[in-house]
Design a protein around this ligand. Structure first.
Ligand SMILES: *Cc1c(COP(=O)(O)O)cnc(C)c1O
Length: 372
């Protein structure tokens, strides 16, 4: 074993409860795409389902995996479903996303007819991400057609916000106004939703009928600005993931010696260098080299030299007494020290989302449930 992920499902459940309380009476829907942001789809879905009105995934395969695991909660597939898989989607009883008014829309209707049922759909409207969705101009007429198509049950209409994690809300409020305009004729029973975690916590006016929270469930903040502001207002989100490995070898190097590929790190003093059995193939970004820290014996140990494919180096000179087999924490706490996903991400020039979403499926995950 090279590394291990320890996931606290208690923390995830408490984060879901905290977000649900914050946004009420809007409903919380829980985004568990990308293997629940690397935390593990099925265990996380089980932990959040009691606190959420619905689960959201990106791909049909994830929805089917939930059903196969015996999870019967409502599931919304946010991403596109190939026409050939619509039968499977209908059989799995999932809610799908629709932004088409042409061939695909007819295929959806015909699958529902063939299966003698209706397809629950959420209409997606593009208000400024320019990714997927009906245009604001075409939306009112198309929504009207969706609402009157007998094979559809128009369950919701939604949009995605481009810059909600920023403290300047100008564009967020513009997008909200476009969405409200596009959906103004909708029946009140059609759920309107725009907010992901950042908007849900920062911009109450975007909560509408429901919010779609992903990153916050995992105790990771959408941005540093949102963290500062929401901590002041008393929102507590607990990080739920610890990422640990162990020292496999130790080397003493003299001042002037270099470590690793490209010789990008040179010892300024006699130093103790630990070899870690974890590299970019295990999810540690190459950019962590000479930038991020690990924790060894409760002490910060800089990651030095280039991260290799399956190995990396930590300078453990300050971690007195470090020996082979010692635990090394990439994310999580050790003694009084803690490294968050956000800290590791910032050191690597990315965001917490990318660090956790790219944790490979082959890294073993263990699950625990802590009490508050
Ligand atoms: C991923 C995603 C979310 C969740 O975003 P977070 O910032 O992780 O809360 C919500 N809505 C859509 C459409 C998404 O793709």
């Amino acid at each position: 074993m090279t590394a291990e992920l320890a996931i606290d499902l208690g923390a995830i459940a408490r984060n879901a409860q905290a977000l649900a309380r914050l946004v009420a009476p809007a409903r919380l829907t829980a985004v568990v795409k990308a293997d629940a942001y690397g935390h593990g789809l099925v265990p996380v879905a089980r932990a959040v389902a009691p606190h959420a009105a619905r689960l959201c995934v990106y791909a049909l395969e994830e929805a089917v995996a939930l059903r196969d695991a015996g999870i019967g909660a409502p599931v919304h597939v946010l991403g596109p479903i190939p026409p050939a898989d619509l039968e499977i989607a209908h059989a799995a009883g999932v809610q799908i996303t629709l932004w088409d008014d042409d061939l695909y829309a007819r295929q959806v209707a015909s699958v529902a007819r063939r299966r003698r049922g209706t397809f629950a759909v959420h209409a997606k409207i593009d208000t400024g991400v320019v990714r997927l969705g009906l245009t604001v101009d075409e939306a009112p007429a198309v929504l009207e057609r969706y609402a009157t198509t007998p094979e559809y049950e128009l369950a919701g209409a939604f949009t995605h916000l481009a810059a909600a994690e920023e403290i300047d809300s100008t564009f967020t409020l513009e997008q909200l106004a476009r969405f409200l305009l596009a959906t103004q004729n909708l029946d009140a029973k059609v759920e309107r939703h725009t907010a992901a975690t950042a908007a849900a916590i920062l911009w109450p006016e975007t909560r509408l009928d429901a919010v779609r929270c992903g990153i916050g469930l995992y105790g990771i903040w959408p941005s540093a600005e949102s963290e500062t502001l929401m901590r002041e207002r008393g929102l507590v989100l607990e990080p739920a993931l610890a990422w640990r490995t162990r020292i496999v070898a130790l080397h003493d190097v003299e001042a002037g010696e270099t470590v690793g590929y490209g010789r990008t790190w040179r010892a300024r003093r006699r130093s103790r260098i630990a070899t870690l059995p974890i590299g970019y193939a295990e999810g540690l970004p190459r950019s962590a080299g000479n930038a991020a820290h690990a924790l060894v014996r409760g002490t910060r140990a800089p990651l030095v030299g280039r991260v290799c494919m399956n190995m990396a180096f930590a300078d453990v000179t300050e971690a007195r007494g470090a020996v082979e087999g010692d635990a090394v924490t990439l994310i999580g706490s050790d003694g009084a020290e803690r490294i968050t996903a956000e800290e590791l991400a910032a050191a690597c020039g990315t965001i917490g989302y990318e660090i956790v979403a790219r944790l490979p499926a082959h890294v073993p995950r263990t699950y625990g449930v802590t009490e508050p």
